[in-house]
Design a protein around this ligand. Structure first.
Ligand SMILES: Cc1cc2nc3c(=O)[nH]c(=O)nc-3n(C[C@H](O)[C@H](O)[C@H](O)COP(=O)(O)OP(=O)(O)OC[C@H]3O[C@@H](n4cnc5c(N)ncnc54)[C@H](O)[C@@H]3O)c2cc1C
Length: 359
């Protein structure tokens, strides 16, 4: 049974509240929230988090509730940041009262120490990071994190804090760190460390540059975990380029002995091939670009097309992570051609050729 509920309230002077709240509700529906009409206005539910809107005729009242402080932080931040965005040129002042006043830094933020760096292959570098709370990243449902790459002009790193409006704030917003998504390759609970495997790619962006230059003793801010989880199936097809190699390697390590499947991994050349461990019966095929540019081949989709998917009662699952064009081809194959149900596939764009990751 839940011990207690944390709640926070804000009175917001919105000049034209109806369209702003409607846009927020619509946006949250896309993120799988449930929206219902409460006694005084709309009520949104997402997991165990709730937000209820009402009006006193002058101001909009919003109350958020969650089973823990982290949930309350996420609820306050989500409501405030979207209202500020949807209110456009006339952003209102938002100030939360109630629980959560003690949240000075985002609860899903932590600072980790770089304790080891090593070369895995010519284009893959592993960083081992130590922190007091890496247990958050244990389990496949905690597969990814956001890594903060500090601005080169800043001597001391900038860490985020939480403003009175519940939204992340920076001392120097113009020089705030850039966020890049990475996979937690492994977690060592006894040592208190996680590993992240970074692709050192051509056209190095902040993430790749950070991985190349960072050294033991550096500190790095991370936010997370996010996403992840692997649907239970009898037969799996994992497909990805080197950016998804850490995720696929970690998922393979979690597969039970009875599972079967195939793994298709696209990498630059034979020097990028890594040993992969799994108890499952999987066939592993390495697809080598051998001089072709990353994100510029059809190797993955061609190999996926040649794969026999089981038909009948066997539960099958396609997981793919790759460059945007390959992602589009694989997703369209999965949905239009193979007609896989939503529960039978997850295809994700991990990066886009020629475009830096959006902030
Ligand atoms: C959920 C998730 C998990 C991920 N996990 C990992 C991981 O564990 N390890 C990892 O290395 N990456 C991972 N990625 C991919 C990584 O976030 C992107 O490659 C990101 O663009 C790297 O940031 P950057 O600052 O180096 O480059 P950006 O500033 O984003 O881009 C700069 C330039 O580099 C190009 N570029 C970006 N990535 C590549 C690449 N791999 N090869 C060639 N050119 C590239 C861009 O097209 C752009 O032209 C993951 C992505 C997602 C969404």
């Amino acid at each position: 049974m839940q011990d207690r509920e944390y709640t926070a309230q804000a009175r917001i002077a919105l000049r034209n509240p109806e369209p702003v709240i409607a846009e927020f509700c619509e946006h949250m529906l896309e993120h799988n929230a449930e929206v219902s009409e409460g006694p005084a206005g709309p009520v949104l539910r997402l997991g165990h988090i709730r937000a209820a809107f009402s009006s006193d005729g002058v101001e909009t009242l919003v109350e958020v509730a969650a089973p823990d402080l982290e949930g309350l932080y996420l609820a306050r931040m989500s409501v405030a940041s979207h209202i500020l965005e949807f209110a456009g040129d006339d952003p209102p002042v938002i100030e939360w009262t109630g629980d959560g006043g003690e949240i000075a830094r985002p609860p899903n933020f932590q600072i980790l120490d770089v304790v080891d760096c090593r070369v895995l292959t010519p284009h893959m570098r592993r960083l081992t990071l130590w922190g007091e709370n890496v247990a958050r990243f244990a389990g496949l449902e905690a597969l990814h994190l956001n890594l903060m790459v500090q601005h080169p002009e800043i001597g001391e790193p900038q860490w985020p804090h939480v403003g009175a409006n519940g939204v992340i704030a920076w001392d120097r917003p113009d020089l705030r760190p850039l966020m890049r998504k990475y996979t937690v390759r492994s977690v060592d609970l006894a040592a208190g460390t996680i590993d992240i495997d970074f692709v050192l790619h051509a056209d190095a962006g902040p993430g790749s540059g950070f991985a190349q230059t960072t050294a033991v003793g550096d500190r790095v801010g991370v936010v997370g975990p996010g996403g992840g989880g692997l649907v239970e199936a009898d037969w799996y097809l994992f497909a990805g380029d080197e950016t998804a190699l850490p995720a696929i390697a970690r998922m393979l390590e979690h597969l039970p002995a009875g599972a079967r499947g195939k793994v298709l991994l696209e990498v630059a050349d034979a020097a990028e091939v890594q040993p992969l461990a799994t108890a499952a019966s999987v066939e592993i095929e390495w697809l080598l670009r051998d001089g072709e540019p990353a994100g510029g081949t059809t190797l993955l989709i061609d190999a996926i097309r040649k794969t026999d998917f089981p038909e009948g009662d066997e539960r099958r699952y396609l997981w793919a992570g790759c460059e945007f064009e390959a992602f589009r081809a694989v997703r369209s194959f999965a949905r239009q051609e193979k007609r896989l149900a939503n529960t039978e596939h997850l295809v994700v764009s991990y990066w886009r050729r020629g475009a830096a990751e959006a902030e």
